[in-house]
Design a protein around this ligand. Structure first.
Ligand code: NAD
Length: 398
C-alpha cells in the first residue's frame, strides 16, 4: 500500500535518461518504487528519440508515454488531466543536461529529483536555486551516500556531540576504471565524463570528489571556510582531472581532506570517511556500508552494525533501515531513502501543505549548489598552484 499520507495514491514519475545501455537511471527507478510510493509512468529515456521509444518497454512504460524529448514529455504531460500527469521528474542524464531539463521541469510545475553534480556551472546552479525558491516544487539532489543508515546514525551522533568537537575529516573516493583511456574505446560513460562540455570544469573531482566532500559536510554539519586543491591529469590526452587532493579549512578550526581518484588499480567504489573529534573517532566505508567503527583511546573499538532494533541505533539511523540486522542493505536502499524524504515533501506539496525546502533530510538544491561551488573553487585553486580560496557558499547549511 502506498504511504503518501493524505495524498492517498502513488506519485507518478517521469524520467529523463535511463535509456538502454545507461547506468544510473535504472537505479533511480528502482529506488523510487522500492517503498511502493511511486510508479514510473513516462519517460524521455534517451537523447535519441528512437532509443527512447525502444527503452520504454524495459520499464513497462506504454509507448504513448515514451517521448522523443524531455520538452515533448513536459508539454504533453502538462496537457493531461491533473489526475494522470506526472508529479515529478527524475533527471539521470549526463551533467550538461541537468540544468536545461531541471529548469524546464520547474517551469512546467513538476517536482524534481536531479542527479549530481547539480549543473555544468555554478551560475546555473544558483539560477536553479532561485527558481526553486520561487516555485512550489520540491527539489532533491541525489547525493545518495547520505541515505545510508549508518551515515545518518553518524550525523545524529556527531551533532549530539558524542565525538566532541570535530577536528579532522578525511574523505576519499577511490576508483580505478579510468586508468586507461577508456573514453577512446567507445565506452560512453567514460566519454562524457572526460569531456569538459558535458562533464563540467572538473572530471574526477566533479564526478566523485563532490560525493566525498558532501559526505563530510553531511556527517559533521561543519561549515567550510576555505580550500586549497591540486588536481592532476595522469592519463595522457585526457582534458580533465583523473586524480586530486583538496585541503579544507572549516570555520571551527577543523581540517579536512578530500582525495578522489579514477586511476588507482583495482579500486572500485571505495568511498570512505574518517572523522576525528576530541572525544572519539569514527570510520565508515561505502563498500561495507552496514558497519561503522567508533574508537576511543584506551577502550575496545565499537563496531556499530546496521540494526534497527539495537538500543545503540539512534532515531535517524533507525528510520533509514528497512530490513532486520544482518540482511545487507546497500546502494539501492540508500538511494531509496533519498527518494523517501523527497516523497514526504511532495505529498505535502500536492495536498496544499507547507513543506521545508532548506533544512531537509534529503540533499536539496542548496547542497547541489554547494557542490558546484566546491568544484569551481577546487579547479580555480589548482590552476593557481593551490592558492587558498573561499569555500563557504551563501546557501551552505548545517
Ligand atoms: P549514462 O551515460 O550511463 O546515461 C545517461 C543517459 O541519459 C543515457 O540513457 C542517455 O541516452 C540519456 N540522455 C542524454 N541526453 C539526454 C537527453 N537530452 N534527453 C533524454 N535522455 C538523455 O550516464 P550515467 O552514468 O547514468 O550518469 C548520469 C548522471 O548520473 C550523471 O550526472 C552522473 O554524474 C550521475 N551519476 C550519479 C551517481 C550517483 O551515485 N548518484 C552514479 C552514477 C552517475
Amino acid at each position: 500500500m502506498a504511504t503518501n499520507g493524505e495524498l492517498g495514491r502513488k506519485l507518478r514519475m517521469g524520467i529523463v535518461g535511463g535509456g538502454q545501455g545507461s547506468f544510473i537511471g535504472r537505479v533511480h527507478v528502482t529506488a523510487a518504487v522500492l517503498d511502493n510510493r511511486a510508479a514510473l509512468v513516462a519517460g524521455a529515456f534517451s537523447s535519441d528519440p528512437a532509443r527512447s521509444k525502444a527503452s520504454a518497454a524495459d520499464y513497462d512504460v506504454p509507448a504513448a508515454r515514451a517521448y522523443g524529448s524531455y520538452a515533448e514529455m513536459f508539454s504533453k504531460e502538462q496537457a493531461l488531466p491533473v489526475g494522470e500527469r506526472i508529479d515529478f521528474v527524475s533527471i539521470a542524464t549526463p551533467n550538461h543536461m541537468h540544468f536545461p531539463v531541471a529548469k524546464a521541469a520547474l517551469e512546467a510545475g513538476f517536482h524534481v529529483v536531479c542527479d549530481k553534480p547539480l549543473t555544468l556551472t555554478l551560475a546555473e546552479a544558483e539560477e536553479l536555486a532561485r527558481l526553486v525558491e520561487a516555485s512550489k516544487s520540491v527539489f532533491v539532489v541525489s547525493h545518495n551516500y547520505t541515505g545510508y543508515p549508518l551515515v545518518r546514525q553518524a550525523r545524529e551522533m556527531i551533532l549530539a556531540g558524542e565525538l566532541g568537537e570535530i577536528q579532522a575529516i578525511r574523505a576519499e573516493y577511490i576508483q580505478g576504471w579510468l586508468r586507461t583511456r577508456l573514453e577512446s574505446e567507445g565506452q560512453k560513460q567514460a566519454a562524457w565524463r572526460t569531456d569538459p562540455t558535458k562533464s563540467g570544469a572538473a572530471g574526477c573531482f566533479g564526478d566523485i570528489g563532490t560525493h566525498a566532500y558532501n559526505l563530510g559536510r553531511y556527517m559533521t554539519g561543519l561549515l567550510p571556510g576555505s580550500i586549497s586543491a591540486h588536481l592532476k591529469i595522469f592519463v595522457p590526452d585526457r582534458p580533465l582531472d583523473d586524480y586530486g587532493h583538496a585541503v579544507i579549512r572549516y570555520e571551527n578550526g577543523a581540517l579536512g581532506t578530500v582525495t578522489a581518484s579514477q586511476i588507482s588499480h583495482g579500486r572500485e567504489n571505495d568511498l570512505r570517511i574518517q572523522i576525528d573529534g576530541t572525544l572519539g573517532s569514527l570510520e565508515w566505508h561505502q563498500e561495507e556500508p552496514n558497519k561503522m567503527v567508533v574508537r576511543h583511546n584506551g577502550k575496545p573499538h565499537f563496531l556499530y552494525t546496521r540494526d534497527p532494533n539495537a538500543p545503540s541505533t539512534n532515531d535517524l539511523g533507525k528510520a533509514a533501515c528497512r530490513l532486520p540486522s544482518g540482511h545487507p542493505e546497500a546502494f539501492f536502499e540508500a538511494f531509496a531513502n533519498i527518494y523517501r524524504g523527497g516523497f514526504d515533501a511532495m505529498a505535502l506539496a500536492l495536498t496544499g501543505k507547507a513543506f521545508e525546502k532548506v533544512n531537509t533530510v534529503y540533499p536539496n538544491v542548496c547542497d547541489g549548489t554547494e557542490g558546484m561551488y566546491f568544484i569551481q573553487q577546487a579547479v580555480a585553486s589548482s590552476r593557481a598552484d593551490g592558492q587558498w580560496l573561499p569555500l563557504k557558499h551563501t546557501l551552505a547549511r548545517r
